[in-house]
Design a protein around this ligand. Structure first.
Ligand SMILES: NC(=O)c1ccc[n+]([C@@H]2O[C@H](COP(=O)([O-])OP(=O)(O)OC[C@H]3O[C@@H](n4cnc5c(N)ncnc54)[C@H](OP(=O)(O)O)[C@@H]3O)[C@@H](O)[C@H]2O)c1
Ligand SMILES: *[C@@H]1O[C@H](CO)[C@@H](O)[C@H](O)[C@H]1NC(C)=O
Length: 329
């Protein structure tokens, strides 16, 4: 043993610059990792007797959010399109939380019929809904269309959630104080709503479409909050951070090999799904936010969104366009 220690000492003394560089690099990486991890939601609020519905809860940050809500004692509804994966997630959540009150319901946000059916099922079978979390999302897929012919990212990330939320409003109002949490993204900052070509038929680019859909999330939250003033239903939109999830599933295979090679070790530095779920959880339960509505959050704190996300006229115009697209009167 002492031989080993002596050998180490000899090595450090003869290679002290290399040793110093190695230790400094390690400390630097640890610092970056801690910085990327962000803040955690510190609220200890319990949710016994409350019902939470989360879209896209079979994987990624939706699953972590669902687990947290289950640990707080809520009745948790996982609204997912893939029932096999959803049941596996529900089993894991029941096991890890010790809460058996975890349900799976079918929801394909790329199909308005499916959205209406889920909403009808909830209205009919659930006496209350306290927290609705619009989490599901698809990023940078090729030019795909939803069942109803809408561009996929706008259709799933915004329109499906727009219809779902509107269909559940009566139940949320009945359960007030209640909350609607909308998972957007930092990507909204470079977004623009293409009112004259909302499905991007003229020039489809995956990143332009994703940014548009995430800007739509923030504008929807803003307009919804205005419409819900005085109802006891509050609205929050947020950026969850950059997180190791399956979200890159359509982007990753299109990257050059060298980019993928660089990306893999960098993935170790970004947020874990648990860390990525913290701002969603914060918006869903934090007591001090009870009377705030229509704001945007990042890293468990309020943040000013991009100027185009603060545009009241655009928010109204997007509402009217969305309502006509999904057939809401
Ligand atoms: N990861 C990040 O770095 C990051 C950054 C900023 C914002 N966000 C946002 O965070 C949210 C969650 O993303 P994530 O990172 O957890 O991604 P993820 O691991 O890919 O999870 C996305 C979830 O959405 C579901 N989904 C996709 N299309 C759907 C549809 N048509 N109907 C119903 N559910 C559908 C997926 O279901 P399947 O498993 O069946 O596909 C999955 O459950 C998204 O809104 C995303 O935009 C993520
Ligand atoms: C929210 O408003 C209600 C009614 O005005 C008040 O009783 C409560 O203390 C407020 N809560 C917070 C966290 O500001």
């Amino acid at each position: 043993m002492s031989n080993y220690v002596q050998a180490m000492k000899d090595f450090v003394e003869s290679h002290y610059i290399a040793t110093f560089a190695f230790v400094a690099a390690g400390a630097g990486l640890l610092a970056i990792r801690r910085w990327m991890a962000g803040r955690a939601c510190l609220s200890k609020v319990m949710l016994d007797g409350k019902t939470v519905l989360i879209t896209g809860a079979n994987t990624g940050i939706g699953k972590e959010t669902a687990l947290d809500m289950a640990k707080r004692g809520a009745r948790v509804i996982l609204a997912c399109r893939d029932m096999t994966r959803a049941h596996i997630a529900a089993d894991m959540i029941r096991q890890q939380s010790g809460n058996g009150n975890v349900l799976v319901k079918k929801l394909d946000l790329a199909c308005l019929q499916s959205v209406r059916e889920l909403a009808k099922d909830i209205e009919k079978n659930e006496p209350r809904l306290d927290i609705l979390i619009n989490n599901a999302g698809i990023m940078m897929c090729p030019k795909w269309a939803t069942e109803d012919g809408f561009e996929m990212q706008f259709g799933v990330n915004h329109l499906g959630h727009f219809l779902l939320t509107n269909c559940l409003l009566d139940l949320l109002k009945k359960s007030a104080p209640s909350r609607i949490v909308i998972v957007s993204s930092l990507a909204h900052e470079r977004g623009k709503i293409h009112f004259d070509d909302i499905n991007l038929d003229k020039d489809y680019r995956p990143e332009i479409s994703y940014r548009q859909s995430k800007l739509a999330n923030v504008l929807f939250g803003k307009e919804l909050a205005t419409r819900l003033q005085g109802s006891g239903v509050t609205v929050y939109s947020l950026h969850p951070g950059v997180i190791r999830t399956e979200l890159g599933r359509h982007l990753f295979p299109t990257l050059a090999v060298w980019k993928r090679t660089i990306a893999i070790p960098l993935m170790m530095l970004i947020k874990t799904p648990w860390e990525g779920a913290q701002t969603t959880i914060y918006c869903a339960v934090e007591e001090s936010l009870a009377n705030d509505s229509g704001f945007y959050y990042s890293d468990c704190a309020r943040k000013t969104p991009a100027p185009q996300a603060q545009d009241d006229d655009a928010a109204k115009r997007l509402w009217d366009l969305s309502a006509s697209m999904v057939g809401l009167g």
